[in-house]
Design a protein around this ligand. Structure first.
Ligand SMILES: C[S@@+](CC[C@H](N)C(=O)[O-])C[C@H]1O[C@@H](n2cnc3c(N)ncnc32)[C@H](O)[C@@H]1O
Length: 228
């Protein structure tokens, strides 16, 4: 499998920036706190996976893997060993293993989860899932628009994390919202850092209830919601 790897710049404090999209991978203030606020709390986790034998999270934009690691940490802290977490993601421009290791070194408190991810990353890049105890991670290294039509597993929670819609409109299409609706059972949820009108209207038209809620840090608003 050949990949077009992400081209990065690095800030003085070691944070990755996308050269091609001119955007950040996560909040400069604290990416980990942002992930917890936007994607974990935004999907009412861990409450939604309590008592679920299996729970599936789908993400658009795997990037550094930070969202996956924060979800995995919370899962390990709150779910029982009999429960299973499936995390599926899509990424068109993967980080190289070296850039991934450099970016994730920002979060020493995630080290227990970062180490197995970095060990599995070359195999993930070759198309194999990572299976670790009761957690499975699969990443489709392609365009969201090509990947989603082939997905069939029901999704309980969505992490919508492409770059900002204004900088990356290809990632936020009506086809994405329609496929999300197809895959999400009634009551399934989504969360995203953006409150852009194109995303709000697209999700509403596809069949989601959409709520504008307080964003992370300097961002006034973000969106959460559930499939009706
Ligand atoms: C904001 S970053 C994601 C950050 C990531 N969730 C994390 O935890 O580090 C957005 C990601 O979307 C990816 N991306 C951009 N356009 C894409 C597309 N059309 N299809 C799939 N991935 C895309 C970028 O390469 C980037 O890794």
């Amino acid at each position: 499998m050949t990949h077009t790897y992400a081209k990065l710049d690095w800030t003085d404090d070691g944070q990755p920036l996308s050269k091609s999209h001119g955007d950040v991978y996560f909040s400069r203030a604290s990416g980990l706190d942002e992930t917890r606020h936007v994607f974990l709390t935004g999907n009412s986790l861990p409450a939604r996976w309590q008592n679920a034998p299996a729970f599936t999270i789908a993400e658009t934009g795997f990037g550094t893997g930070l969202n996956f690691l924060a979800a995995w940490q919370l899962w390990q802290q709150t779910a029982s060993p009999e429960q299973r977490l499936n995390f599926i993601s899509v990424e068109k421009f993967p980080l190289t293993p070296e850039d991934m290791a450099k970016a994730l070194a920002l979060w020493p408190e995630l080290g227990t989860w970062t180490r197995p991810l970095l060990e599995a990353y070359p195999a993930l890049l070759a198309g194999m899932p990572m299976v670790h105890n009761n957690v499975t991670l699969r990443v489709d290294f392609t365009d969201t628009a090509s990947a989603l039509p082939s997905w069939t597993s029901p999704v309980d929670a969505w992490f919508l994390d492409g770059f900002a819609p204004a900088k990356n409109p290809d990632m936020w299409t009506n086809d994405l919202f329609t496929n999300m609706a197809r895959l999400t059972p009634c009551g399934g949820t989504f969360a995203t850092f953006t409150a852009a009108g194109v995303v709000r209207r697209g999700l509403q038209n596809a069949g989601f209830d959409v709520h504008k809620v307080r964003g992370f840090g300097h961002k006034r608003d973000m969106l959460t919601g559930q499939r009706t």
